[in-house]
Design a protein around this ligand. Structure first.
Ligand code: HEC
Length: 122
């Protein structure tokens, strides 16, 4: 009887060990990389957080990044040339990852220099 029981124990331990890598792989696949989302959907116009169509509307440090709700609102009704990405806006995980990544962007150096130029210089 004892032998059978320990046999069952061994089998279930082996089963657990075999399952564990499968579980951790699954949670890895679920983690969304905001940088990848940005590169896929936004970088064509907003490379490095700038704006190749309207240079004075960069993503980096934009007021639209104030809160996640503001960001979602903006992406839900994008003005002008900006496409509407339903799959990004409707997926909470993707949207949050993208939002976090956008918040890390810094304005390109030349833009900062442009803005710092004193208006009275002539
Ligand atoms: C086809 C080009 C294009 C793509 C792709 C694009 N955008 Fe834009 N984006 C623009 C343009 C043009 C504006 C300026 C809109 C305006 O106010 O006229 C803009 C403005 C913005 C602004 C506001 C910046 C400001 O100062 O007004 C944010 C934030 C933004 N985009 C985020 C994103 C994100 C996030 C993505 C990807 C999901 C994305 N954009 C994809 C063209 C694009």
């Amino acid at each position: 009887m004892r032998k059978i029981l320990s046999g069952i124990c061994l089998v279930s331990i082996a089963g657990l060990v075999m399952l564990t890598p499968a579980i951790s792989k699954k949670s890895e696949a679920k983690k969304i990389d905001g940088e990848v989302v940005f590169k896929q959907h936004c970088a064509s116009c907003h490379a490095d957080g700038g704006n190749s169509i309207k240079p004075n509307h960069p993503v980096a440090e934009a007021k639209e990044l104030g809160t996640l709700a503001t960001f979602k609102n903006y992406l839900s009704k994008p003005p002008g040339h900006m496409p509407y990405y339903k799959n990004v806006v409707d997926d909470k995980g993707t949207l949050e990852a993208l939002y976090k990544y956008c918040k890390t962007l810094k304005k390109p150096k030349h833009q900062q220099a442009f803005e710092k130029t004193p208006k009275t210089a002539s």
